[in-house]
Design a binder for this molecule. Structure first.
Ligand code: GRF
Length: 206
């Protein structure tokens, strides 16, 4: 069983979807650890409810960045974490951790990368930008995390057509639904060692 750490900052619906897919036997993994910068978020409340160790790492508790990095790293190592899943995590992962966990950190993005990604593209802003630019499709992307925001190798994408009278809110809602599916599918593939990385080429084996 792969040991998973989930990093969250907000509502936690992706976290819940992953958890449910583990509970129903779809994903052969174990969520051992939750890291959050936001002690108030719903994702943290959910982690508490299901009894997963949750560590709060933010400027308030650890003003020094090196301390933040060390506390995260200590926990990842103590739990022997195999896979880090960013699920609505709003902070940068320290460079050192990215290096140590190369090809072991996943992120879900509510847009079709490489478009509509990078600094400033988060939450409802992504969906507004997509609609403003007259795109015919949007969707969700799962990618490995590297040193640059939303830049790492793409593992999977799912597209949906933009409806007539679509609003940023309606698009957000429709995409969140496919995020839950595609993210769990990729995590399942990771946990079953079915993601093959050959230089820049990523294949999910059936
Ligand atoms: C999702 O849209 C995810 O793609 C983005 O942040 C949102 C988090 O939603 N990175 P939730 O906290 O999983 O409900």
């Amino acid at each position: 069983m792969k040991k998973i750490a989930i990093f969250v900052s907000g509502g936690g619906s992706n976290f819940k979807a992953i958890y449910n897919n583990i509970e129903n036997g779809n994903i052969p993994g174990l969520i051992e650890l939750v890291i959050t910068n936001n002690p108030q978020c719903n994702a943290k409340k959910f982690a508490l409810r299901i009894g997963i160790e949750t560590v709060i790492v933010n400027d308030h508790r650890y003003p020094n960045n090196k301390d933040k990095e060390n506390i995260i790293l200590d926990h990842l190592q103590n739990w022997n974490i195999d896979l880090i899943c960013l699920a609505g995590y709003m902070k940068m992962i320290p460079q050192n951790i990215i290096k140590l966990y190369q090809n072991k950190i996943l992120n879900i993005h509510p847009g079709l990368l490489p478009k509509f990604g990078g600094k400033g593209f988060f939450g409802i802003r992504i969906h507004k930008a997509v609609l403003d630019s007259g795109e015919k499709f949007s969707g969700a992307t799962v990618h490995f995390v590297d040193e640059i925001y939303d830049n790492g190798p793409i593992i999977a994408q799912r597209k949906i057509p933009i409806n007539k009278n679509e609003t940023p809110k309606s698009l957000e809602k429709r995409i969140l639904k496919i995020e839950h599916e595609i993210y769990s599918e990729v995590i399942k593939a990771f946990c079953e060692d079915r993601i093959i990385i050959d230089n820049t080429q990523i294949t999910i084996m059936e």
